[in-house]
Design a protein around this ligand. Structure first.
Ligand SMILES: Nc1ncnc2c1ncn2[C@@H]1O[C@H](COP(=O)(O)OP(=O)(O)OP(=O)(O)O)[C@@H](O)[C@H]1O
Ligand SMILES: [Mg+2]
Length: 286
């Protein structure tokens, strides 16, 4: 399929196929899938809404653009880069517009993926009424308002069965602070490696989330609503050394310049997520 990237100047052939490892978010966009991947290791997210998608593209541009942006601090953006997928611009094909990102799952044989939507609230004062109505209730009835995050979905490879266990958005909505540890324990094992291997240790999920937390403790550039921490590891791993955990912060459709404020809403959720993963890694699922 011939597609153009960015300002429709460069054109290239891209072999898109619907993304098989998506766990959260929109699964369709009109008559198309909502997400695609290609053989070069890129992930494509279809525009759902021009304003939100343009906003997300603007945030990625602020993160990766080396020029001084009036609204954000350049040092904050540079320090944030390791935590987000690389950004390759906007791709256009007829009426299909997509953000082109690095596919966080590209190096995995059997990617295990969990999407945790971050923040004690996903609502912002200046959001439109439709967004507020849709999300206010979800924040209250899910773990969002209690833990500062909710699981929107995960998939974990089960080595003994040779198939994935898929937790969809309904599974995530039903979770409570009491049942969350068991859910995180379920995600953290393929039956051969353990939640300790995935969550603990110097390259585990907790250490990487702590690094992200450090960034949130100092950055005063962005406020994130309804953004997610994506946790990925290798479901084909048979040894702790091969779990290859990756953490990425994604989904900037509701992200705004913070004008010198810290994002305490998301910081609270990140702190809690790291604490819970540590506990679960150490075998405490109560
Ligand atoms: N860079 C990426 N690499 C691999 N998978 C990704 C990447 N970005 C997103 N995903 C997958 O796609 C899912 C949905 O992504 P995202 O949260 O950005 O979309 P969304 O919630 O539908 O967005 P929006 O709120 O903008 O409508 C994630 O849960 C994850 O499984
Ligand atoms: Mg999302």
């Amino acid at each position: 399929m011939a597609l153009s990237i960015g300002n429709a100047e460069a054109s290239q052939d891209v072999d898109l196929k619907p993304c098989g490892h998506q766990v959260g978010g929109h699964f369709s966009s009109g008559k198309h899938a909502a997400t695609f991947v290609d053989s070069s290791g890129k992930f494509y997210k279809a525009f759902q809404d021009d304003i939100r998608s343009a906003r997300e593209a603007g945030i990625y541009e602020a993160i990766f653009n080396d020029s001084e942006e009036a609204d954000v601090c350049k040092e904050d953006m540079m320090a944030f880069r390791p935590f987000v997928p690389k950004y390759f611009g906007i791709l256009v094909n007829g009426d299909l517009k997509m953000l082109a990102l690095e596919d966080t799952c590209k190096d995995y044989k059997k990617p295990c993926v969990l999407d945790a939507k971050m923040g004690l609230t996903t609502i912002y004062e200046w959001a439109d009424a439709k967004y507020k109505a849709k999300n206010a209730d979800k924040d209250l009835v899910t773990t969002q308002s209690k833990l500062g995050f909710r699981v929107t979905g995960f998939k974990v490879w089960q080595a003994d069965k040779g198939e994935y266990f898929v937790a969809d958005r309904h599974y995530g909505k039903e979770l409570t602070p009491q049942t969350m540890p068991a859910a995180l324990a379920k995600f953290g094992t393929n039956g051969l490696v353990s939640p300790f291997d995935v969550y603990c240790g110097s390259k585990g999920a907790v250490a990487q989330i702590h690094a992200l937390k450090k960034w949130f403790e100092t950055q005063q550039s962005l406020l994130f609503f309804a953004a997610s921490v994506l946790i990925v590891y290798e479901g084909a791993a048979t040894r702790a050394e091969d779990v290859n955990v990756a953490i990425r912060f994604i989904d900037f459709a509701h992200t705004f310049p913070s004008k010198g404020n810290r994002d305490d809403n998301v910081l609270a959720g990140i702190t809690r997520l790291a604490e819970l993963l540590q506990r679960v890694g150490e075998g405490d699922t109560q």
